[in-house]
Structure formats: structure tokens, C-alpha cells
Design a protein around this ligand. Sequence first.
Ligand SMILES: [Zn+2]
Ligand SMILES: [Zn+2]
Length: 241
Amino acid sequence: MRNFVTSLRELFYPAVCLVCNTHLQDITDMHLCENCLDGFRFIHPPVCSCCGDKFISERGVNHLCSTCLTTPYSFSKARSLLSYNDNAAQLIHSIKYGRKTAALSTFNAFWERSGLKQEFCLSDLILPVPLHLERLRWRGYNQALLLADLFFHEQKEKINPFLLTRVKNTPPQTGLKGLERRRNVQGAFAVSHPAQVASKKILLVDDVLTTGTTLNECAKTLIAMGAEDVQALTLARVQYR
Ligand SMILES: [Zn+2]
Ligand SMILES: [Zn+2]
């Protein structure tokens, strides 16, 4: 019976790789062919103990990178599962093209093998980086919230998508340089109920960390409202080394 159901499902929804669209022989929770799976780059220590950027050397312990030493972020720690490359971009995009369930299953498999789960289990609150209401209406979902729900489904009561809000509909950060990026998001976020973040350890969740400007602005806003500590978790991050 199970084989019959699988065959039927195969007939209507042939298993294809989320990155290259080739037909997959077996349905697995990865939804990736071997070749594309090989193309993902997982981030392993040593990394910058604050921003999570990888060091060129594959040996040694985590320590602060030169950027974090000179201009510290408002968050105390950021970590990402993957380096942002073409495969990661394609996988994140596949959410948009009606392949949400398969993509989330892949993200979950990556999360399980990342070793980051234990590092982020002690927050009081888990806040997805918000979209402005207009963009949310246009897109129909916030992928940061999808990821927060997926990674922390066992701590659902801590996830709050309404506490941190985006009050300025800023243009996308893509194509902007350092100072422009900072100006673009300055004052973009607000906290709807400041008493709820006071003295709390907060974890921010987003899809991609590019320069950290957006996460930094969120952290700054939360710290200004009395949060004790802010950390950040993203699916992927742009690697500068
Ligand atoms: Zn493939
Ligand atoms: Zn750093």
C-alpha cells in the first residue's frame, strides 16, 4: 500500500532536485541530487566569536575578527548554517516557487546536522526579522518566520512575530554600500511592547546575513528597549574571506 501511495505521489509530484531540477531516484528529506548537495558549504569553526564569519585557517579556536574588534555589533553572537553561494540562493528562492514544503524539509535536514541547535536553546524570546507590512502583503509570507517556526518548533511559545516591527518600508539592501546600508535601515525597527523585551535574552532569526547591518539595527533597537542580550541565527551568510 505504501509503495502504491509513493508511486502515485511520484506520478503527480516527481521528485526533482531543488537546485538543478534533475529527476531524483529516491525521495529523501534532502530533495537534492548528490552533486548539488556537494555544492553547499557548511560553516564550521573556527569562526569569529561575534559575527560568525569564517577564518581562512581551518584550525584554531573561535576568536574576534578584525572588523568586530574595531566596530563591535550590537548583537553578541551571530551564527549561520551555510555560506551564501549559488546553491544556497537557489534553495532560498525555491520557497517562492511553490516548493515551500520541500525546501523547508531540506532546511530542517541542514539544521539537524549543523550542530547549532544546542548553541541556541537558551533564549527567552525568538524574534524573526520582520518585513514591512506592505512587503509582507505583497510576498504573502515572511521567510524569517518560516525558519524560526521550523528551527524552534519545540519552543514555539517563545516565537513572537509581532514584538519587533518594521516601521519604515526600506528599499532592499542589495546593491547598497556600507554607509548607505546603515542609513537605509536606521530607525527602521520598533518594539511594540517594550516591557516584554526588558531584561530578556533574545534570538533574532533571518534567512541571510549579508553585512549584518539589518540584524545590527534590530539588536540596537532591542538593546535600547532594555533587552539584556541579543544573538542572531541565519540560514546563510555571505563570506568575505
Ligand atoms: Zn541537483
Ligand atoms: Zn566578526
